[in-house]
Design a protein around this ligand. Structure first.
Ligand code: CP
Ligand code: NVA
Length: 303
């Protein structure tokens, strides 16, 4: 994988994904090793972040390298100078770029112009690093991923899309339950049908049917960053999709509760669900660091 970009989960083959999870598990168990001594990762973030920033900064530090945080107001990408110039300048002085942007096209443009690996740290279309941590969490808790059922309740957004793609590659049966008009786009469902890996993706409006037989139930915010103004109009449509006690009655007793965080208790998830014994949300958060250590090592250090 050395020298490649990770803009989408679709940049990975099933073998890449499997290898990345194996490396992440090994690094979590034994420590990552100082594989990136002297290397710097630029973090180019147009939106706020807790987990993504901390996990990338710590991952680089633990690998012997360093991270350089560049905020939206500082760089003013697209205003002070175009993304393609920002990409080429940063690439002259660092060894990789992790970019969190509004438009997915911006990360694609950065990847086109930067001749160092570019990692998508969240766009409106995808959140691949989150999906890697989520699969690592499922792998730790459930063992082999092939054939498990993963239910996602909520908007077919960036998190859902990356998770759907990653699920197919890992052989997971992924079911997304969303209000009418808020599901995964048709082209995403179509793309999933043609991916290798053996998993399947299904879209439904029925949250109770979705969670039946699921090994894990996942949710994310009802209005993503940049769409907060739509929340008040959405709430009534999304209320039946809350990951709470009522919905969990339809899931197996041991089904894991998952959320990428930050969570809005009382909206997409109940306080009881997130605080329950079956909740793995903080494992998911920690696993961001382990999964990204593996990704950075494979993209930057692999021989
Ligand atoms: N899950 C996640 O990406 O969190 P942040 O937005 O805080 O980075
Ligand atoms: N879907 C959310 C994820 C936050 C980590 C957003 O884009 O705001």
């Amino acid at each position: 994988m050395r020298g490649r970009d990770l803009v989408s989960i679709l940049d990975l083959t099933p073998d890449d994904l499997e290898r990345l999870l194996e490396v992440a598990l090994g690094m979590k168990r034994d420590g990552p090793g100082r594989l990136l001594e002297g290397q710097t990762l630029a973090l180019l973030f147009e939106k706020p972040s807790l987990r993504t920033r901390v996990s990338f900064e710590q991952a680089m530090r633990r690998l012997g390298g360093s991270a350089l945080y560049l905020s939206g107001p500082e760089v003013q990408m697209g205003e002070r100078e175009p993304a393609r110039d920002v990409a080429r300048v940063i690439a002259r002085m660092t060894q990789a770029i992790a970019a969190r942007t509004f438009a997915h096209e911006t990360v694609l443009e950065i990847a086109r112009y930067a001749d160092v690996p570019v990692i998508n740290a969240l766009t409106e279309e995808e959140h691949p690093c989150q999906a890697l941590a989520d699969l690592l969490t499922l792998r730790e808790r459930l063992g082999a991923l092939g054939g498990i059922r993963l239910a996602y309740v909520g908007e077919g957004n960036n998190v859902a899309r990356s998770l759907a793609y990653a699920s197919v590659l890992a052989g997971i049966d992924f079911v997304c339950a969303s209000p009418e008009g808020y599901g995964l786009p048709a082209e995403v469902l179509e793309r999933c049908r043609h991916l290798p890996g053996g998993g399947r993706v299904e879209q439904t409006v029925d949250p109770q049917a979705a969670v039946a037989g699921a090994s894990a139930v996942y949710t994310d915010v009802w209005a993503s960053m940049g769409f907060e103004h739509e929340l008040s109009d959405r709430i009534e449509h999304f209320r039946p999709y809350q990951l709470g006690e009522a919905l969990l009655e339809h899931a197996p007793g041991g089904a894991l509760v998952m959320h990428d965080l930050p969570a809005h208790r009382g909206e997409e998830i109940s306080d009881g669900a997130i605080e329950s014994d079956r909740s793995v949300v903080f494992d998911q958060a920690e696993n961001r660091m382990h999964a990204q250590q593996a990704a950075l090592a494979l993209l930057l250090a692999e021989g």
